[in-house]
Write a protein that binds this ligand. Structure first.
Ligand code: SAM
Length: 383
């Protein structure tokens, strides 16, 4: 597949309209995993220097974030072969989900196999391609072609040369002990712009699986109270497991549609709205399927959350609005909507992104400039 086919033409046109000559660079970055893969030290249980030592003993090469005390990152490996590489090996085709994992260094397991050349037997060297034909890795078959397709579980291909490699962390003892949480750098900035204080009533309107909630909890040293809402029961369950792993104790999870937040009759001091979004900034993307129409529909949906947040915020309270997307409508345009409703943007003290499009004081993270996920953060006060 040619790189230009990875994005629908309407979206490419949209990116060109907003980002001009930077559009191609943005799309190229989005197709690759982040150059620096971040984790957050769980300071409820350990310190950065202790965790760095543990990770080194676990065989990794952790580096200190220059921006955040609790940030550690690992350098991405790769690309390990060029885009036009043709290894001439029998082919195993993986589904999109499995392909995105293999592309970053994971092994291929059977539920992710779509098809395999019939002659493949265990021990053969094979190439793995995504559903659109992109070469994502090379490895050794651990099953026959038939088994790969019919089995419902098991290792299909041990990947020896993925296109890229990020560290695999969830099997580590330090992970099980809850010493860290895998979280992107811009996502970690969010808790730092909240001006946290123990006396505050904090509401996280879309909290699961708990990345930002648990970060807020650790910055508050498990004191005060955070109300963490999510509409998805499964994701809320995952959040509760994560909070337990991390030793977080000051979170009250609530299962509800947070557009109905005003019904709780809360006057919050701080509200975090990490809105459901088109996720255009998430990396890597083997291909993108969203179009400008999805952007418009999602921006309208987000305004329902914004309305609920404004009604539940006390006068003088802070609303932090964040997304992991790149569109203007879901970001700056929604901030302008909040301003029309009487909120005032506040310049955050912690600012490591770029300014917004036509709007100062809000933070944008561009995959090509900041080498992060695409991300957006705005801080507003109800005056
Ligand atoms: N803040 C989370 C974190 O840092 O780990 C990620 C949140 S994710 C961007 C958006 C979340 O919004 C999803 O977990 C989704 O289930 C939730 N969501 C979507 N619609 C919702 C609604 N109407 N009410 C509450 N939560 C909703």
């Amino acid at each position: 597949m040619k790189p230009e086919e990875a994005f629908p033409e309407e979206l490419r046109e949209y990116y060109r309209r907003f980002f001009g000559s930077e559009a191609e660079k943005i799309m190229a970055s989005l197709r690759t995993p982040v150059e620096k893969y971040y984790i957050r030290v769980n300071t409820l249980k350990t310190s950065r220097s202790k965790l760095m030592g543990i990770l080194r003993r676990e065989g990794l090469k952790p580096k200190r974030s220059p921006y955040l005390e609790e940030g550690i990152y690992f350098e991405r490996e790769g690309p390990n072969f060029p885009d036009n590489y043709e290894p001439g090996l029998p082919v195993v085709r993986a589904n999109r989900f499995a392909s995105e994992s293999v592309y970053q260094g994971a092994n291929l397991y059977t539920p992710g196999v779509l098809g395999a050349d019939k002659k493949i037997k265990p021990g053969d060297e094979v190439q793995i391609r995504d559903p659109r034909g992109l070469l994502i890795g090379i490895g050794i078959a651990r099953m026959s072609a038939k088994e790969m397709v019919v089995s419902t579980r098991g290792l299909a291909v041990e990947v020896t040369l993925p296109k890229f490699r990020l560290p695999s962390l969830s099997e580590l003892e330090s992970f099980r002990e809850g010493l860290f949480y895998a979280q992107s750098l811009p996502s970690m900035v969010v808790a730092h712009v909240l001006e946290l204080s123990e006396e505050d009533l904090i509401v996280d309107m879309t909290a699961a699986p708990g990345g930002k909630t648990s970060h807020i909890a650790q910055l508050m040293q498990n004191r005060g109270e955070i109300i963490a809402i999510d509409k998805s029961r499964n994701r809320l369950k995952k959040m509760e497991e994560e909070l337990k792993r991390l030793g977080v104790k000051n979170v009250r999870p609530i299962h509800m549609d947070s557009r109905k937040l005003p019904k709780l009759g809360i006057e919050a001091d701080k509200i975090l709205l990490d809105a459901p979004c088109t996720a255009l900034g998430i990396r890597p993307k083997l291909w993108e399927s969203r179009t400008p129409r999805d952007i418009e529909a999602t921006a309208r949906y987000q305004r329902q959350f914004i309305n609920a947040a404004i009604r539940s915020l006390r006068r003088g309270g802070l609303l932090i609005y964040s997304t992991c997307t790149l569109s203007y409508e879901e970001n700056e345009a929604n901030v302008k909507y909040m301003m029309e409703k009487g909120l005032k943007p506040v310049e955050p003290e912690f600012f490591i992104g770029s300014h917004g499009m036509g709007l100062e004081g809000v933070q944008r993270f561009y995959p090509n400039r900041h080498l992060t996920q695409g991300f957006f953060i705005a801080k507003l006060r109800k005056v």
